[in-house]
Every structure is written in structure tokens, then in C-alpha cells.
Ligand binder design. Structure first.
Ligand SMILES: Cc1cc2nc3c(=O)[nH]c(=O)nc-3n(C[C@H](O)[C@H](O)[C@H](O)COP(=O)(O)OP(=O)(O)OC[C@H]3O[C@@H](n4cnc5c(N)ncnc54)[C@H](O)[C@@H]3O)c2cc1C
Length: 293
């Protein structure tokens, strides 16, 4: 494993894991460790567009676990199975799981992500707040904490000098959701980010996985599931020396649905129709549609 940063560490992420993660973690032999990290159970989905809100019960419950804990348990599992830390990537077949590349967007129109943890009363919903071109996700994680993670355009964030405590005050439903909580960590920032989907082409002998393979909009909450699933698929393909092209087609098929749905959702949010549509479209349907097959 070639990893350039020190782990474990906090990361800008909604820390929301969809229900299908259970099967993937069982296959990797870490489901017990995952449970041992005491993830929060998430049973409801709440969507807030401007002043309109909608809640739905999830058919299966999802999970909230910090990236600090989640990345650490996968990292440890790899070493328990015999992985070694490499200084540089090997020349032979490689799984490329290096995450997103920074987009080449011009200054002013770029997007940045931010996140922190709060402590205080927890609940069992993952809530998404959309306002002024920003979205913020709020959900419980382990240890009595609540993760707050957002994504927004730099011109808007710049008006607040990237002071995220002030940004979150701009949305009344978010303000009241966080009122009983206390921030217990500095804000983390990341970016610039892309807010679109892409799927990379095959390179001979290289098996891309996770965000290095595809990037789906963060608010669909399936990035971690896709990363774990395609990471395992890429590992098997590399070990058996599959054609990289055949592997890519298999991965593409498994990701087709969330890609198509997230494109529609992005248009809906960008067009300003979201506030009206949230009264009509069942949140549970949106959640179901954004899952990889
Ligand atoms: C704001 C935001 C919120 C999100 N919220 C959620 C959510 O709630 N739920 C969800 O499922 N998904 C969410 N996502 C998406 C999710 O974070 C990603 O899909 C996921 O992290 C992809 O995992 P990955 O392993 O492919 O990449 P990463 O998690 O980015 O890991 C890549 C690793 O590669 C290392 N690396 C990079 N280059 C090199 C190099 N040259 N040499 C060695 N090491 C290198 C990095 O240090 C890093 O550790 C969110 C994304 C954003 C931006």
C-alpha cells in the first residue's frame, strides 16, 4: 500500500454509509470491527430546501461513522492480511485509489467542502439542507458526536471569509438543528472540488477504484460504498490480471444508476425547482434511486 498521508486522520466527508455497506464489509471480513467502532444508526432521511422540509423513513437503516475510524479499520485490516507499506507504487498491476484530482476551474467559480464535529443530543436522521447554492449534511456518528459537512461556491463562502460558523447561520432550519449542539473540532476545508460526475477511461494494467474511477455528487451519499465495492472489484481484477477494459465495463455497469439519477438531481437543484419538487418527490425514492446496483 502506498499512502502519502499519515493515518488515521479526519477528512472532509459526510461520514454517512448507506445500508449496502454491510455486505461489502462482511466480504472484506471487517463487519465485526465496524460494529465494534459503535457507528450511529440512521433510520430517517430529511431534506430541507429553503423553508420546505420533508422526512422519510429509510427501508433499511444506514450508518454514521467518522472517516477517522472507518479508514483506520480498513487500513488495519489490510495489514492484518499481510499488506506492506510501500514508499512508491509498484510497477506491476496496480489498483489506483488515489481519490479525486483537483479540477482546473477558474478562481471565483470553484467549490469547496468543509466539515466539523459537534457534541450534544443526537438523532437518527441524515438531514440535507440546501440554501444559496450550498448544501450541508448533518448526521450522527460514533461517540455521541454529530458530523456537519457542506459544499459551496467560493464566491459565497468568500463573503463570510470562509468562516463556516457564520455560513451555517444563514439557513434557518440548519440554525435550529444545530442550536442545542456545541462544536468540538476546528473546521476542516477541502477543494477545489468538482460537482459533476465523471468516469475515467482504462489505462493498461491499472485498475482504478473509488473517486479515481468515478466521482458521484457527494449528496447522493454513495461515494464510500462505491469506493469499497470498486476497490474490492479492482483488487480481484488486478490479482487475476483481467483486462483493465473488461474490469472497467463491469464497474461501469454497477455504477450506471447512481450516475444517471445524480445528474437529474443536480439539474433540479441548479434550476431552483428543488423547493417545489420536494413537496412531490418522495425522499425515500430519491434515496433508493441513488444506490449502486
Ligand atoms: C464534501 C463531501 C462530502 C461527502 N460525503 C460523503 C458521505 O457522506 N458518504 C459517502 O459515501 N461519500 C461521501 N463523499 C464522497 C467520499 O468522500 C468519496 O467518494 C470517498 O472518500 C472516495 O474514497 P477513495 O478511497 O476513492 O478516495 P479518498 O478517500 O480521497 O482516498 C484517497 C487516498 O489516496 C491517497 N493518495 C492520493 N494520491 C496519492 C499518491 N500519489 N501517493 C500515495 N497516496 C496518495 C490520499 O492521501 C488518500 O488517503 C463526500 C465527498 C465530499 C467532497
Amino acid at each position: 500500500l502506498a499512502e502519502r498521508s499519515r493515518l488515521p486522520r479526519h477528512k472532509v466527508c459526510g461520514e454517512f454509509l448507506s445500508p449496502e455497506i454491510e455486505r461489502e464489509l462482511e466480504l472484506l471480513g471487517v463487519w465485526r470491527e465496524f460494529q465494534g467502532a459503535s457507528p450511529a444508526r440512521i433510520r430517517r432521511l430529511g431534506l430541507h430546501f429553503g423553508s420546505r422540509s420533508k422526512f422519510a423513513r429509510l427501508q433499511e437503516h444506514a450508518w454514521g461513522l467518522s472517516r477517522y475510524a472507518f479508514d483506520d479499520l480498513l487500513w488495519r485490516r489490510a495489514f492484518a492480511l499481510g499488506a506492506e507499506r510501500a514508499v512508491a507504487p509498484a510497477d506491476s498491476a496496480q489498483v489506483l485509489a488515489s481519490g479525486r484530482d483537483a479540477p482546473q476551474a477558474p478562481r471565483g467559480g470553484r467549490l469547496f467542502g468543509f466539515k466539523t464535529h459537534f457534541e450534544g443530543p443526537q438523532d437518527d436522521a441524515v438531514e440535507l439542507f440546501f440554501f444559496n447554492g450550498i448544501y450541508v449534511g448533518v448526521s450522527s456518528i460514533e461517540g455521541g458526536r454529530t458530523n456537519v459537512c457542506g459544499l459551496g461556491p467560493e464566491d459565497y463562502l468568500g463573503r463570510f471569509a470562509f468562516d463556516y460558523d457564520r455560513v451555517i447561520q444563514e439557513c434557518a432550519p440548519l440554525r435550529s438543528r444545530l442550536a442545542p449542539l456545541t462544536r468540538v473540532m476546528e473546521w476542516l476545508s477541502t477543494g477545489p472540488l468538482e460537482y459533476r460526475q465523471r468516469f475515467f477511461d482504462a489505462l493498461p494494467g491499472v485498475y482504478r477504484a473509488g473517486d479515481a474511477l468515478s466521482f458521484v455528487d457527494p449528496f447522493t451519499g454513495s461515494g464510500l460504498l462505491v469506493a469499497v465495492r470498486t476497490g474490492a472489484m479492482a483488487g480481484r481484477a488486478a490479482a487475476r490480471r483481467f483486462e483493465a477494459e473488461a474490469y472497467l465495463e463491469q464497474a461501469r455497469r454497477s455504477l450506471r444508476k447512481p450516475f444517471a439519477v445524480s445528474a437529474i438531481l443536480r439539474e433540479v437543484v441548479a434550476s431552483g425547482w428543488a423547493e417545489r419538487l420536494v413537496g412531490i418527490a418522495p425522499s425515500r425514492l430519491l434515496f433508493a434511486l441513488t444506490r449502486p446496483r
